[in-house]
Design a protein. Structure first.
Length: 124
């Protein structure tokens, strides 16, 4: 059985890594890793604003994976995005994310909130 490489991260964790890699001149190494993992899962895409220095390499990472590797992004609906101030870059990123994508609209309550409610009921 073939093993696949999977990288899970949160976007608030990944963006500082990208910025540090730019400063340390190791961005190509990070991009290579992100480009070659079979699956990347980026959680919490919509919670942290992107500075231009982080948004462009993130966009490049998504662009190089488009059509070749699997990427999962968890986010609010794109219409509610305020994380990328550069409207053109934001539009292009959404375009890359949606190309050949399978979108899952999760409208149920957060599993974390459900666990808290269950815990409160059990404690009573």
């Amino acid at each position: 059985m073939e093993s696949l490489s999977v990288y899970f991260t949160t976007v608030p964790h990944l963006l500082p890594q990208i910025c540090e890699a730019q400063t340390d001149k190791t961005l190509q190494l990070l991009e290579w890793r992100l480009r070659n993992d079979d699956l990347i899962i980026c959680d919490e895409m919509d919670y942290v604003g992107f500075v231009k220095e982080g948004a462009e390499p993130f966009f490049n990472m998504i662009s190089t994976r488009t059509g070749t590797r699997a990427t999962i992004i968890t986010t609010l609906p794109f219409t509610r995005w305020e994380v990328i101030k550069d409207k053109l870059l934001c539009s292009e990123l959404v375009d890359r994310l949606c190309h050949k994508a399978h979108m899952v609209n999760m409208t149920s309550q957060s599993y974390r909130i459900l666990e808290i409610k269950k815990y409160k009921i059990e404690m009573e």
